[in-house]
Design a protein around this ligand. Structure first.
Ligand code: GLU
Length: 462
């Protein structure tokens, strides 16, 4: 059997982090099994669905590198087919027209309330003679599902769960205006697309029972289910914006790499021993539905940043340079990109996001005079003036030669290396913290380094 799975978002907002994880699990399962990963946009709620949201979902999946097979299915294109399935159930006696009025439904609700039980449609029209139908009544179509026995779901995460059929009511499958309801559309589309495994958030768990009854009424095979527990915040509460319930593009803008995001999302709800760093290739090799966790995962920005730091260290320098160019307002043909490339080995290990990486890289490409965040006192300026002289005639400009030169100069003045190195660092980088000084000097080159030292010694306009 070829596995066919799908990601079926409703386009009512951005691709949020929970949706991205659902998409990832489906994608991994398809790639692991050599099956297909389909994308279905559930846009039947016309009022709430927007084109922008579809774009955000597509862009989010593209950024995450989750490619789907075949064309995108738009649920709204298939409404007539869904209605036909409802009529098929009518024809085989598994559905019926129901003519209840709003007032009758209201009375049912009141009665349930008075008897302190949850509202269930009482099935008035279930066995009523269709000839009783009011002449101008506009009926809905309801599912005529068994009343006794149980409906059982075999779920890869939740296990086997049974619900007594008397707890489930005859849900509406086709509205009075002829439009299909949500659960009917999902079942028909999943069937028509040949979906073998439904992997989704456990907020749809109760729908799985309703949908199973529709499958049975249509005589169709029920797919396997895997309902994944939702993501919670670090404090265990429902995920809110503050906790990280943001669109995928917000993570891109915060400077996370897509491969780090994939690794982190995978670990949010799926495990492989104690492994934290799992490459996409390993994930494809290992992913299965049995590794899905039963309890809600907690979103943790610190973990995400650590994982991102790992992937930044692993990423080729050239790609990192390219990724930070927009943040430095630079073009790829700017000659200063060579300086960024030379600096990359010294800064990539210090950054947890691309934003941090761009911040670390900024001083290398800053225009002179580089603003100094720290003041140089008289003593520091004297030492800087002094060391500038041998630097000006240094025969070699590499880490080792520069260190030897500065060390000799410090010794000749009876100073520790740091007393000379620190003013140099401030003059060259603008800050008291930087990657190793002599590497910085090498990357900046002789002319730029001497120029920055000169700027620090002779500030203009002060
Ligand atoms: N459209 C639903 C949602 O966005 C998902 C339905 C499903 O996966 O069955 O929550």
């Amino acid at each position: 059997m070829t596995v066919i799975v799908r990601f079926a978002p409703s386009p009512t907002g951005f691709l949020h982090i929970g949706g991205a994880r659902t998409a990832l699990f489906n994608w991994l399962y398809a790639r692991h099994t050599g099956g297909q990963f389909r994308l279905r946009i559930e846009d039947t709620d016309r009022a709430r669905s927007t084109r922008e949201a579809v774009e955000a979902i597509v862009n989010g999946l593209n950024w995450l590198g989750l490619d789907w097979d075949g064309d995108i299915v738009h649920q709204s294109d298939w409404q007539e087919r869904h209605a036909e399935a409802a009529r098929q159930m009518l024809a085989n006696g598994n559905a019926y027209y129901a003519y209840e009025t709003t007032a009758e439904l209201e009375a049912m609700r009141e009665k349930a309330k008075a008897e302190k039980r949850t509202l269930r449609y009482d099935g008035v029209w279930r066995d009523r003679d269709p000839r009783d139908a009011p002449p101008d009544g506009k009926p809905v179509i309801r599912l005529k599902a068994p009343r006794d026995g149980t409906t059982t779901i075999r779920d890869h995460v939740q296990g086997e769960v049974a619900v007594a059929n008397e707890q489930l009511d005859d849900l509406i499958i086709l509205r009075a205006d002829g439009t299909p309801t949500y659960n009917l559309s999902v079942v028909v589309d999943d069937h028509d697309m040949g979906i073998t495994h439904v992997i989704r958030g456990d907020d749809h768990f109760t729908n799985a029972f309703r949908q199973t009854r529709i499958y049975r009424a249509l005589g169709w095979e029920v797919p396997d289910f895997a309902h994944v527990p939702l993501i919670h915040g670090q404090d265990g509460a429902k995920l809110s914006k503050r906790h990280g319930a943001l669109g995928v593009e917000a993570y891109r803008d915060m400077g996370y790499l897509p491969e780090a995001m994939r690794n982190y999302l995978l670990r949010l709800g799926w495990s492989h021993g104690d492994d934290e760093i799992i490459s996409t290739e390993q994930a494809i090799r290992w992913f299965d539905l049995d590794g899905l966790g039963k309890s809600p995962a907690r979103f943790d920005f610190v973990k995400l940043a650590n994982i991102d730091g790992h992937y930044i260290r692993e990423t080729p320098d050239a790609r990192l340079v390219e990724s930070i160019l927009p943040r430095l307002a630079m073009n790829a043909d700017d000659p200063l990109t060579a300086r960024l490339a030379a600096a990359m080995p010294d800064i990539k290990s210090r950054a947890k996001t691309l934003i941090e990486l761009a911040d670390l890289a900024r001083f290398y490409v800053a225009k002179r005079p580089v603003p100094l965040a720290v003041n140089l006192d008289r003593n520091a300026l004297d030492l800087l003036t002094g060391v500038a002289v041998p630097l000006g005639t240094a025969p070699d400009w590499n880490d080792h030669a520069l260190e030897t030169l500065v060390r000799h100069y410090a010794e000749s003045k009876n100073q520790k290396l740091g007393a000379v190195a620190q003013p140099l660092r401030i003059a060259l980088t603008g800050s008291a913290n930087s990657p190793p000084l002599f590497a910085v000097m090498r990357v900046l080159g002789r002319e730029e380094s001497l120029g920055r030292i000169d700027d620090a010694l002779h500030p203009k306009g002060v």
